[in-house]
Design a protein around this ligand. Structure first.
Ligand SMILES: [Zn+2]
Length: 194
C-alpha cells in the first residue's frame, strides 16, 4: 500500500521502467536526484550492498526503497527527494491538492461531540492545539505521528488538563495524525500542515 500511495503522489518506480537503460545512456530513471540509478526491479529480499548495471559500486542500488519491487518486509524508506516530490503534490492546485480540500479535513473546529475534543487549526502551519470539552481524567496520552509512522510527540498524561499545545512548525508540510489515548479507546484525527 505504501508503494501504491507513492504512485498516488506521482512517484515513479525507482528503476525508471526503462528496460534496463541507465540515465548515462539515455534511460528514464525515476526523476529523483537522490535515488541511485537502477536498471531493473529488485524481487525477493536482496542482500546489501546490491550492485547492478546502472550502479556498479557500493553502496549500490536502493532496493530497500518503497518504490522498488522488493518484498514488503524488506522495504523501509523514501528518500528526501521522493518526500519533497510527494509533498509538492498537496500544495495549492498541484495534482493531489484536492485531497486536502475534503470536507472531513477542512472541518473547523471539529465538533464531534462523541469525542469531546477538538484539534485546530486544520489545515494549519504545524502549531497544534488540542482542547478537551471536559476534563474527565479519561485521557491517558497524546501522540502525533507522521505518514511514515514516526512519532513526533508522545506525551503520557496522568493529570489531564483541558488544553495542550504542540509546536511542530518545523516538521514540514504534509499529513499528520493526532492520536488521543483514552482509557477505553484510541481516537485519531488527521491534520494537514501547509
Ligand atoms: Zn508500482
Amino acid at each position: 500500500m505504501t508503494h501504491e500511495l507513492g504512485h498516488f503522489f506521482e512517484l515513479a518506480h525507482i528503476w525508471g521502467d526503462d528496460e534496463g537503460k541507465c540515465p548515462s545512456t539515455g534511460g528514464a530513471d525515476d526523476g529523483i536526484d537522490d535515488t541511485p540509478p537502477q536498471a531493473y526491479p529488485t524481487y525477493n529480499c536482496a542482500v546489501f550492498p546490491k550492485l547492478d548495471g546502472c550502479t556498479r559500486s557500493a553502496p549500490g542500488i536502493m532496493f530497500m526503497n518503497y518504490m522498488d519491487y522488493t518484498n514488503d518486509n524488506c522495504q523501509q524508506m523514501f528518500t528526501h527527494g521522493q518526500v519533497a516530490k510527494m509533498q509538492a503534490q498537496i500544495h495549492p492546485f498541484a495534482l493531489s491538492y484536492s485531497l486536502t480540500q475534503h470536507p472531513d479535513v477542512l472541518q473547523y473546529p471539529d465538533q464531534a461531540e462523541e469525542n469531546n475534543y477538538v484539534v485546530y487549526p486544520n489545515p494549519g502551519d504545524g502549531r497544534i492545539n488540542v482542547r478537551f470539552n471536559q476534563v474527565s481524567g479519561n485521557v491517558k496520552g497524546i501522540r502525533v505521528v507522521n505518514m511514515l509512522g514516526q512519532v513526533l510527540v508522545s506525551e503520557t498524561i496522568t493529570n489531564q488538563r483541558g488544553f495542550y499545545y504542540y509546536d511542530l512548525s518545523r516538521a514540514g508540510t504534509g499529513i499528520y495524525f493526532v492520536q488521543i489515548e483514552f482509557a477505553d479507546k484510541t481516537d485519531v484525527k488527521k491534520v494537514v500542515f501547509r
